[in-house]
Design a protein around this ligand. Structure first.
Ligand code: MLT
Length: 243
C-alpha cells in the first residue's frame, strides 16, 4: 500500500529523519512552496526551460548563472534581486523567455527546503497546485511505494497554502493509501476548502504579504490546479528537469 507522510516545515522532516533514517532508505520526497518557488519551477519547465537549479545564496546563483549562461531568477523579501533577469513570479517565466534556456533560482524559504531535503533524499520532486495532478499521476504510474511531502512553510512556520497543496496531491492519489496525521490533516483541509482555495488563503500571512506587494495576479496563477503537466525532478547533476 502507498504510504504518504507529510511534514508542515522542513525541520519537522529533518527531526523525523534523524529518528527514523527514512530518507536514506525509502521513496520519493516532494517539496512544496506553492507561493511561489515551486510554481515558478513547474511553469518554467512547462514553458520549455531545459533545467532549473535551485540554490540558497544570491552569490552562488549569480556565479552559476554566469558560468553556464543561464537566466537568473528569484527573490529576497518576495522582490526581484537587483541585477536579476526575473523575480519569483511564475508569470515572468513565459515560453518566449525560457524556452531552451537554463534557469538558476534563489528564493528564501523554497530554496532552503530544497537544500534541506537534498542532503538526504535520493529522489526529489517539486510540487505546486499547478502540477498537483501530474505529480499524483507520476507517483501512481511509477509504482512509488513511499512518499514524503515536505512543505517549505514561511520562515520556519506552517503555511496554509503549502498544506492545501499537499492535500490536493493526497486527494488525487486515491483511497488505497496510508497517511500520517499531517497528511490526513492536509487532505481534510483541502476537501473543506477546495471550492474556494483563494478565499481560504485571504487571511493568511504570505498571501496577504504578496497582495500588499502587488502580486495578487501571481496568487491567481499559482492556484490554477492541474494547469501544467510538468514535474520538476532532481537529477544527479543537481538540476531539476521535467519528468
Ligand atoms: C520563498 O521561497 O520564500 C517564496 O517563494 C517567496 C515568494 O513568494 O517570493
Amino acid at each position: 500500500m502507498l504510504s504518504v507522510r507529510a511534514f508542515p516545515v522542513p525541520c519537522a522532516a529533518t527531526i523525523f529523519d534523524a529518528d527514523e533514517g527514512f530518507w536514506h532508505r525509502e521513496g520519493l520526497t516532494i517539496v512544496i512552496d506553492t507561493l511561489r518557488m515551486t510554481s515558478v519551477a513547474a511553469a518554467a519547465l512547462a514553458n520549455g526551460c531545459r533545467g532549473v537549479l535551485v540554490v540558497e545564496s544570491v552569490e552562488e546563483a549569480r556565479a552559476t548563472a554566469r558560468r553556464v549562461g543561464a537566466l537568473l531568477g528569484g527573490e529576497r523579501g518576495a522582490l526581484r534581486v537587483e541585477g536579476f533577469d526575473c523575480g519569483n513570479s511564475p508569470l515572468e517565466y513565459g515560453r518566449e523567455l525560457v524556452a531552451e534556456r537554463l534557469v538558476v533560482l534563489t528564493t528564501t524559504n523554497g530554496a532552503r527546503a530544497v537544500e534541506c531535503v537534498r542532503r538526504s533524499s535520493r529522489r526529489v520532486w517539486l510540487a505546486a497546485f499547478l502540477n498537483a495532478g501530474a505529480v499524483a499521476e507520476r507517483v501512481l504510474t511509477r509504482g512509488i511505494g513511499c512518499v514524503s511531502i515536505v512543505c517549505a512553510g514561511t520562515q520556519g512556520l506552517f503555511s496554509m497554502e503549502d498544506a492545501l497543496t499537499a492535500g490536493a496531491i493526497v486527494d488525487r492519489l486515491g483511497k488505497a493509501i496510508q497517511l500520517n496525521d499531517f497528511a490526513y490533516a492536509c487532505v481534510s483541509l483541502y476537501r473543506s476548502f477546495k471550492y474556494d482555495v483563494k478565499g481560504a488563503l485571504l487571511n493568511t500571512h504570505h498571501t496577504q504579504r504578496l497582495i500588499s506587494l502587488g502580486f495578487e495576479q501571481d496568487i491567481d496563477f499559482c492556484l490554477r490546479e492541474d494547469a501544467v503537466d510538468s514535474v520538476p525532478a532532481l537529477g544527479g547533476d543537481g538540476w531539476f528537469v521535467g519528468v
